[in-house]
Design a protein around this ligand. Sequence first.
Ligand code: F0G
Length: 407
Amino acid sequence: MPDAVKCARCGGLLAFELEDLGLSTQEVRHRFAQRRLSNDPLDQSGVWRYRDLLPPIEREYVVTLRENAVPLYQARTGASYTEARRLSYLHLGANPTASFKDAGMTVAMSQARQRGARVAVCASTGNTSASMAAYAARAGIAAVVLIPSSGISQAKMAQTLDYGATVIEVDGDFDRALELVRSLDPQRIALVNSVNPYRIEGQKCAALWLLEMRDWRPPDWVVMPGGNLGNSSAFGKGFREACALGLTDRVPRLAVVQASGAAPFSKLFRDGGELVPVKAKTSASAIEIGNPASWRKALREVQESGGVALDVSDEEIADARAVVGRDGIGCEPGSAAAVAGVKRLREEGVIGADEDVIAVLTGHVLKDGTYAAAYHASDARFANKLQRISDESALRDLIDSLQAVRA
Ligand code: F0G
C-alpha cells in the first residue's frame, strides 16, 4: 500500500479508511483541544494535531512547517457582493507556502521520508510545486516538478526555485505533465500529487480544523474551487469522518466551482455519466485542468453531501478576487472561483440568504501579483487605478474628497 497510488485490480485511486479509535466523542474532542495548548510542533500543526485520524507515521519522520492552523474570517464586502449574509472565508492561503497544499504535503512528505524515498516528483500548476519543494528541502529529499508549457505564476516559480527543486517545463498542459509523472515507477519515487492518498489524509484536516474553530458546528455550505479535485474529495472525507466520530452531527453541503474553460466536472454533474476530459483554458492558471484525476472521489462527496458542481467565467472570477481584496484579505484567482460560485448560487436561489456559508480560499493574494496588477490597470468593475497628482493642492483635494466619502 504505502508506495502505490492506484488499485492493482481496478486501476482506481486508493483511499484510507478510518479505524475505530476506541475513544468516546468527548475524549476525542478533549484530546484535540488539549493539543492547542501545547508547544510541541506536532500539536501546533493543524494537521498532526489530528494524528489519531491519520495513517501511522513515526514522529521522527514527520516534516512539519506548522501548516493548516489558518484563520477563519468574516466576509463583509464579500457578503454584500454575493448576498450571502453569513459568508466567511477559510483562508488556506495563510499556510507556510501560502496555499492549501501544505496540509497534504506534510503527510505525503513525511511518509516518503519514512519509507526512505530519495526523490519526490509532482506535476503542478504552481502551488503543489512550491509546497513540495519546501517540504522536500526540509526532509532532505530531492524534488522534481513538471510544469505546463503555458507556465506558472512568477511567484510560484520563485518559491519553487528558491526551495531548490528541479523544474522541468513539459511540452503540453498540466494534464500531460500529470500523465508523465504517473508513468514513473511509484516504487522508485514519491509521487506527491493528490492521487497520493497521504495527500488527501492531510488535506481532510482542513475540514476538521474548520469544524473545531466553530466548536464543531457545521456550516450549511462549504464552497471551494475544483481543479484536479483532490481537495474537494479531501474535505468531503474530513466531514464524513467528523460525523462518524460524533464530533459533529451532519455534513455540510459541498459546492465545487470550476472555471468555465476548465469545467469537465461541472459538466459531468449536469449531464451524468463518466467524466469527459476537455482541453482546459482559463486565466485562473491554478485550476487550468481538463482531466481531473480525483473526479470519482469528488463526485461521491458532492452527491453524498447533497451538494452541487458549477462553473463561472474568468470575468466573474476576476471580479470576485478583487472583492476578496476589498475585505483586506485577498486571494489568488483560482481561489476566487469559490466566491464567484457563492454569488452564482445565491442568484439561482440554491443557497439561501441566511444560510451559513464558508468560501475556501485556497491560495494567498501574493501568489499572482501580475494578474492583480493587470486587473487594476484595466477597466474592470473593481479596478483600482493608480492615481497621479501634480502638486500639494491636488493632494489636499484628493484627501478632502475621501474625507467627504467617509463622513
Ligand atoms: N486552488 C488553488 C489555488 C490551486 O492551486 C488548486 C490546484 C486548486 C484550487 C484546485 O485544487 O486540484 O485539489 O481540485 N492546484 C494544483 C497545483 C493542481 O499543481 O498546484 P484541486
